[in-house]
Design a protein around this ligand. Sequence first.
Ligand code: LRH
Length: 491
Amino acid sequence: SEKKIYLAVDLGGGSGRVLAGEFDGQRIELHELNRFENRPLELPDGRHWNLTGIYLDILDGLKAAAKKYGKQPISVGIDTWGVDYSLLDKDGHLLGLPFQYRDPRTDGMMDKAFSIIPKKEVYEATGIQFMAFNSAFQLLSEVERNSPALAAAEDILFTPDLLGYWLTGNKTHERSIASTSQLYNPNTENWDYSLIERLGLPKRLFKEISDAGDTLGELRPGLKQHTGLKKLKVITVGGHDTASAVAAVPSQKATPAYLSSGTWSLMGLELPKPIISEQSFQDAFTNEIGVNGSVRFLKNICGLWLIQESRRYWLDHGHDYSYADMAGLASKVEPFRSLVDPDDPRFTEAGRMPEKIQDFCRETKQQVPETPGETIRCIYESLALRYAEVWAKLPNYTDEAPDCLHIVGGGCQDKLLNQFTANALGTKVLAGPVEATGLGNIIAQMMADGVITTLAEGRKIVANSFPITTYEPTDTAAWDAVKERFAQLSS
Ligand code: LRH
């Protein structure tokens, strides 16, 4: 019988891709139709996303789909990084290029927000970990500077919603991406209008929320012509990339433990209901919404951003290291020479990464990493130790204490980091699939198409379709011995 073809647009902070998933009734095979860099735009007014360029890259991917599959593709879904949004006027015109979450316009905005509404209350309403770049604080910065765009706006569309609008002409807020805003209440399952009003944000922007699996619309007629696709449904999927990644975690457990590894490391549990408690507040856990109504109870950890930015720095200084080169250099360095707190705020901003790591080590009276190998080893070990800290807290939030960690996403190709993670956790690590985000995007479309009915079925198909590599912990005593030293760094 004919295969069913689903298309996935998956945009990460560093790169984007358009994928085709071919489903033969048992297994999914993935094909890459287009892959492109997502390069930040530095303009006089700040850091933006080049979304119109990305839109053209997406159309190129759709063209490639038409060429490869003719009339076959059933639908497409779009997922992107979280929190960023675009403002549109009453006629659907874009009011300026969207800002990037790493733009410093949010400096001081959390404190400003907490002077209006106590921190604890914001957490009780949203269950979201406080990150300076959450949409709530980006929007507050627009209020503070009397942004003309905000005054003229009739709609706010998060990145996957904006691209969906450009493809179909229809606007929506998809739930998983809405939940990254820190304006969504996971208990009432709606926008928190009281929070929105108290922050002085225009209530009119926040409209009806749709769910993964809903149909957004058909590809606009002009785009059918342009791409050569005769028909194509656009489905709202887990629009937040992390929601899509978690949807494809190849586990059959009720509350699987995962690490979605890319620019960020998102580590946590999938839970049936939000947990917003004194303890989750103290531990700073987030409750984002998953596909199929689940809750992604997780922590944002600064992830491979540390590596990506170091690589970019060395490239600017004339050295082009591949990821394999970097792992090779790191493996030759003596263990636990220098450690950093990966979540130290200085690392969030772009630039000077190896120098900032040196500064941190100097200030904390450690050996200062001088070579790329020493720097990379420091990053890997520090990340693994941070994962272990978060891991240790997870059993407090589930009856089914996790006995293995699934690492999914691009970062799971990093064998040395996988092994370090198993060692630091003292637990088995299962690595794969690499393209979990694209697969979770496709699973939501398969549910919309009626070929599967539950997430569990989708996960089984993923597990049957892609290799998973197991890492058993080794050397755990040596890792346990540095945990105290590491804990001192993050106070
Ligand atoms: C990962 C991610 C993460 C968000 C961050 C802004 O790509 O979506 O879940 O917190 O980007």
